[in-house]
Design a protein around this ligand. Structure first.
Ligand code: C6P
Length: 430
């Protein structure tokens, strides 16, 4: 089986980009090179990022903001340069609005604990959605339980988009914060963040965007979309794990109490009290993720070199190819909307084959790495009436051949598990 050749493939980026990624040339099985389609979980790293990390450890590493010696000054310079790179990458006004955290999850927890703890009152509402990752649900459940605030959830339409009519109804003067993902890690849906933000602001609510799946894949501009908080992770955008970002508007971050206490986040400490440091140090207690932040800086250079628009267009081609082919397979249910409303991932479920078995065979016999399970969206899976799905997620180093390998694997798994229900072309009504 081959991905349809009718899709316009002129937006594809050159295959030679794969040469920058050492891991992509390793075999998983003899004769089956790695086909890495698990990029929504974590991407791979190009040589440039790997080199930046080993360079800092070989030549420039020491703790930051602490020493007056050469290495500490050098590390501090690189670490702060990384902050500036992130600022420019998401279009923030000031570098002090960029907080280094361990990842998206930590960034959202910071806002829930610090902003939520200080501002939420009994009866206030936090409006989130049924398609959120657990990281954008559980912290709000926790802070709601502590403060007496109420959680509300925007439902989805039949085709897996946010139900904006329901959003309009749920948004009220009681809503204090809208917490929403820009792209669903399960449905692939691209949410209308600009519209959500302008409506939320008109209702007097703040907006936190879980951008874990958008910042790596398409241009994001926090000033243009006017979001109040934005959270994302380095490891999903060619960078190391252990580093992520919380962007927040300066006036909001300034007014928020520190989250974690310890070194770096203080101005002065007495035995029984302390005064907090200015931004961004106020929210960076302890030794920060120094080398990971510097690696993330190299990742941003790499992504800027290719261009986020170009990456998005490339992934749209792959998504269209995968979607078209998968929608021809009988017994396979694609989760989420049509390609024009989705980013570079496709999750699907089979009637008779469990997602785990499916992914196992894809890996063990075809070297295709996909994710199987609930993808940390259990409530969404429950709503869709399934406990698990299989997800293929793309990045710019994937090519149509990778989609072909996925399809070939699916075809084989189908005949293996359900010989009586072999792949057949669906009858179209038209
Ligand atoms: N999703 C996936 O396979 P962390 O783990 O903190 O870097 O990111 C959490 C997170 C938050 N929001 C969204 C939309 C995400 O997709 C993720 C991570 C991975 O889909 C791992 S569960």
């Amino acid at each position: 089986m081959s991905a349809a050749k009718t899709v316009d493939q002129s937006a594809l980026l050159p295959e030679s980009l794969r040469d920058d990624f050492p891991i992509l040339s390793r075999d998983i099985l003899e004769g089956h090179p790695l086909v890495f389609l698990d990029n929504a979980a974590s991407t791979q790293r190009p040589r440039q990022v790997i080199d930046a990390i080993s360079n800092v450890y070989e030549h420039d590493y020491a703790n930051v903001h602490r020493g007056i010696h050469t290495l500490s000054e050098r590390s501090t310079e690189l670490y702060e340069l990384a902050r500036e790179k992130v600022r420019a990458f998401v279009g923030a006004k000031h570098a002090r609005e960029v907080i280094f955290t361990p990842g998206t999850t930590a960034s959202i927890n910071l806002v829930a604990r610090s902003w939520g703890g200080a501002n939420l009152q009994p009866g206030d509402e936090i409006l989130t959605t049924v398609m959120e990752h657990h990281s954008n649900l559980v912290p709000w459940q926790q802070i709601a339980a502590e403060t007496g605030a109420v959680l509300r959830h925007v439902p989805i339409t039949e085709d897996g988009r946010l139900d904006m009519a329901a959003f309009d109804q749920l948004l009220s003067e009681r809503t204090k914060l809208v917490a929403v993902c820009s792209i669903s890690n399960t449905l692939g849906t691209i949410n209308p963040i600009d519209e959500i933000t302008s409506k939320a602001h008109a209702a007097g609510a703040l907006v936190l965007v879980d951008a874990a799946q958008s910042v790596p894949h398409m241009p994001v501009d926090v000033l243009k979309s006017d979001v109040d908080f934005l959270a994302f992770s380095g490891h999903k955008m060619l960078g190391p794990s252990g580093v992520g970002i919380l962007y927040g508007k300066e006036s909001l971050l300034d007014a928020m109490p520190p989250f974690l206490g310890g070194g770096s986040m203080i101005n002065e400490v007495r035995l029984d009290s302390f005064t907090p440091a200015e931004l961004p140090a106020k929210f960076e207690a302890g030794t920060p993720p120094i080398a990971p932040a510097i690696g993330m800086s190299a990742a941003i250079d790499y992504l800027n070199h290719i261009g986020l628009e170009a990456i998005h267009r490339h992934e749209q081609v792959l998504t269209q190819l995968a979607y078209d082919a998968l929608s021809q397979i009988e017994g396979l249910r694609i989760l989420g909307p049509a390609p024009k409303h989705r980013a570079g991932l496709v999750s699907f479920a089979f009637e008779r084959i469990h997602a785990h078995e499916f992914a196992q065979v894809l890996n063990d016999q075809f070297g295709v790495a996909v994710r199987a399970g609930h993808h940390c969206t259990q409530p969404l899976h429950a709503l869709l009436g399934i406990s698990a799905s299989t997800r293929a997620s793309f990045y710019f180093y994937n090519q149509p051949e990778n989609v072909d390998c996925l399809l070939e694997g699916i075809s084989a798994v189908q005949s293996m598990f359900a010989p009586q229900g072999r792949r057949r072309r669906r009858k179209h009504n038209s």
